[in-house]
Design a protein around this ligand. Structure first.
Ligand SMILES: [Zn+2]
Length: 456
């Protein structure tokens, strides 16, 4: 598997530290609001990476965190006058629903909340030699850490003294908070350090450093996230973990690019902040959104428009019609060569192993659909291979092509009768039967192999 490593800015051959087992960490959501479709794009990329690693034969140990302690959470809880635990529980639930609607498979993944790893965070902070204590918390001294600036070029001449916020841009580079002293109306935990008790809570960056290593060890193989997390989040994660242990945090950092909406970055003020619910409310299938994401390479910006998801939904329909060919075999169909599907599967897997080239793989699929659609499916020669191929596609792309059922015997009979009417040139009867099928959302395509049905 080849992957673009943000640490080296190069495509590198990936091999795991432990043979056969990949240790993968992904930064999860901060649960104070709905995630937007840009976040979902990153999660779909991570899900696809996990699927591709499994399809190439690796075991994958995957950890995703749920950030339930963070600045924005407490701000929102105070604004809305509710306990932060009620707020985070609500949005964690919504997040998990969205994830399952877009077919992100977390059933083998470990989900961990920040509030469940406070002890590990405190232990990690104690191990960091270049830390210092101020009235408002414990800070990481970047002046005493040589390797700061792995993901961004920093102009240290304007370096600020220190920053307490979790999010800031590189123009505000400063010593950052590992632990924040208790503020009014915020929950807090005791923290014994250097003979003192600093009541407070962890900073966001230390959370991921501690949670990843708790389950994966250090170093682990791949750390993923959206490009917006490179600085300061991942930069600070690396600095803390390396300062504490002298070891790398992860061998690979892999980042997914932004999703734009109508050519602009998503924001609440531009009114282009879209959630999965907005997409569903417009009549689109969440799987069509998933397909739209896969049609772009994860390292390219993707511009979401209502037209683009419309096109993806049409494309999904043709993939589903392709899968429905398994219900309509024709004995003696010209059929595809014996090793055709095996070759196609290998070729698609090779694309995925090449830095997750999903657009190339999906373009191949369009050609396969054309060929199989025109050569037909023979029940003895091709059917098994087609079923196996569809199983493989579902495994790597998660589009659930094998979920559909066959049409009913009554519907099949209508198709047969309509074909008889057509052959005997009884056009009125043929048309009437076609309309009847249409009212049941079944369309017909007359081919050299006979009529092929598909769902409208
Ligand atoms: Zn993180």
């Amino acid at each position: 598997m080849k992957l673009f490593n943000s640490l080296t800015q190069k495509i590198e051959e990936f091999s795991p530290i432990k043979k056969g087992q990949v240790l993968l960490y992904t930064c999860g959501p901060t649960v104070y609001d709905h995630v937007h479709i840009g976040n979902l794009r990153t999660y779909v990329f991570e899900d696809t990476l996990r699927r591709a690693l499994k399809a190439t034969g690796y075991g994958v140990k995957h950890v995703m965190n749920i950030t339930d302690i963070e600045d924005k959470i407490f701000a929102r809880a105070n604004q809305t006058n509710q306990d932060f635990k009620i707020l985070t529980a609500k949005y964690e639930k919504i997040f998990l629903k969205d994830i399952s609607k877009i077919r992100i498979d977390l059933h083998e993944s470990k989900l961990i909340r920040a509030s469940q790893a406070i002890t590990e965070m405190q232990e990690l902070i104690r191990q960091i030699p270049n830390r210092y204590i101020e009235d408002d918390g414990v800070y990481f001294d970047i002046g005493n850490y040589k390797d700061y600036g792995r993901f961004v070029t920093l102009d240290r001449s304007h370096q600020h003294h220190r920053i307490n916020n979790d999010e800031y841009d590189k123009e505000h580079v400063a010593d950052f908070a590992l632990w924040k002293a208790k503020k009014p109306d915020e929950p807090s935990w005791d923290f014994k350090i250097d003979g003192k008790n600093i009541e407070g809570r962890p900073g966001w960056h230390i959370e991921c450093s501690a949670m990843s290593v708790k389950y994966l060890g250090q170093p682990f193989d791949i750390h993923t996230g959206g490009v917006d997390l490179k600085f300061p989040h991942h930069e600070n994660e690396i600095a803390q973990s390396r300062a504490a242990t002298g070891k790398e945090l992860a061998s690979f950092f892999v980042h997914a690019e932004h999703l734009l909406v109508d050519g602009r970055k998503m924001s609440k003020s531009l009114n282009n902040f879209l959630t999965l619910e907005d997409v569903i409310a417009k009549g689109f299938d969440p799987i069509a959104l998933r397909l739209l994401f896969l049609q772009a390479h994860y390292r390219s910006q993707l511009n979401f428009t209502w037209d683009s998801i419309g096109a993806a939904q049409t494309n999904l329909k043709s993939l589903q019609a392709f899968a429905d060919l398994r219900f309509q075999t024709q004995p003696g169909a010209t059929s595809t060569p014996d090793d055709y599907f095996t070759e196609q599967q290998e070729s698609i897997l090779a694309d995925l192993s090449n830095d997750l080239a999903t657009p190339t793989a999906l373009a191949k699929l369009d050609k396969i659909i054309d060929l199989v659609g025109s050569s037909g499916v023979d029940p003895t020669r091709t059917l098994n291979q087609l079923n196996q191929f569809l199983e493989f596609l579902d495994l790597v792309f998660g589009l659930e092509l094998l979920k559909s059922n066959d049409i009913t015997p009554e519907q099949k009979q209508l198709i047969t009768k309509r074909e008889e009417a057509r052959v005997s040139k009884n056009w009125a009867k043929a048309d009437e039967l076609r309309q009847q099928l249409k009212s049941q959302k079944i369309e017909l395509n007359d081919t050299e192999l006979g009529p092929i049905w598909y769902r409208a």
